[in-house]
Design a protein around this ligand. Structure first.
Ligand SMILES: O=P(O)(O)OC[C@H]1O[C@H](OP(=O)(O)OP(=O)(O)O)[C@H](O)[C@@H]1O
Ligand SMILES: Nc1nc2[nH]cnc2c(=O)[nH]1
Length: 181
């Protein structure tokens, strides 16, 4: 079988580098913690498209507890490396969340604007609880403080891509996370 997916870091990759092995090890640790916290609660894990699609897929496969999933999409970056500052709802949820224990699964919290928008928007729909799992966080860039209940990695101020995150919509299929030099 030919494997087209880029598996190894390249000489052109920048200072922030998280290998596939490091990503999987951390996702396993987060899954163990989430499994323990949500056992018996039938959580509802919402994948925040597009960036979280691989993190969500890996996470839910490691959670051997009853759960449901849904998908939601907002956009504020488009193809740019700077947020437009305006968060737009692109795709709403398909299922109600009233009375559900909701865990939002996000790829990165940068300025915090996207997560702040989503927490306010979904908070009004009566979830039993509403928590956040984010693979990455850049605290030095925060403009709005948002809670992060489960965090994969804290990273410095660099534009990162791979493992779901894009560089002008490309490179979401890399198995690792890297940054521009
Ligand atoms: O904390 P913030 O500064 O708001 O940035 C974080 C958001 O930016 C990215 O979304 P983007 O709008 O690029 O959409 P995408 O997930 O489809 O790439 C990322 O997936 C987060 O949702
Ligand atoms: N791909 C990508 N999207 C982001 N959205 C907010 N910060 C980032 C980042 O560093 N990389």
């Amino acid at each position: 079988m030919t494997v087209f997916q880029q598996k190894q870091l390249r000489p052109s990759d920048g200072p922030v580098q998280i290998s596939e092995e490091q990503l999987m090890a951390r996702v396993r640790e987060l899954a163990a913690q989430i499994r323990q916290d949500y056992a018996g609660h039938n959580p509802h894990l919402i994948c925040l498209l597009n960036g979280a699609f691989l993190f969500h897929a890996d996470l839910v496969r490691l959670l051997d507890i009853p759960l449901t999933i849904d998908f939601m999409q907002t956009s504020s970056y488009g193809d740019a490396k700077q947020s437009s500052g305006e968060v737009k709802l692109v795709k709403d949820l398909s299922f109600p969340i009233s009375g559900r224990h909701v865990l939002l699964v996000e790829d990165i919290i940068d300025t915090g604007s996207t997560m702040d928008y989503i927490l306010r928007y979904l908070g009004e729909r009566g979830p039993a609880s509403l928590k956040v799992a984010s693979l990455l966080s850049k605290p030095s860039r925060r403009k709005v403080e948002v809670p992060v209940d489960y965090l994969g990695f804290t990273i410095p101020d660099a534009f990162v891509f791979g493992y779901g995150l894009d560089r002008a919509q490309q490179d979401r299929n890399l198995s690792f996370i890297t940054s521009q030099k």
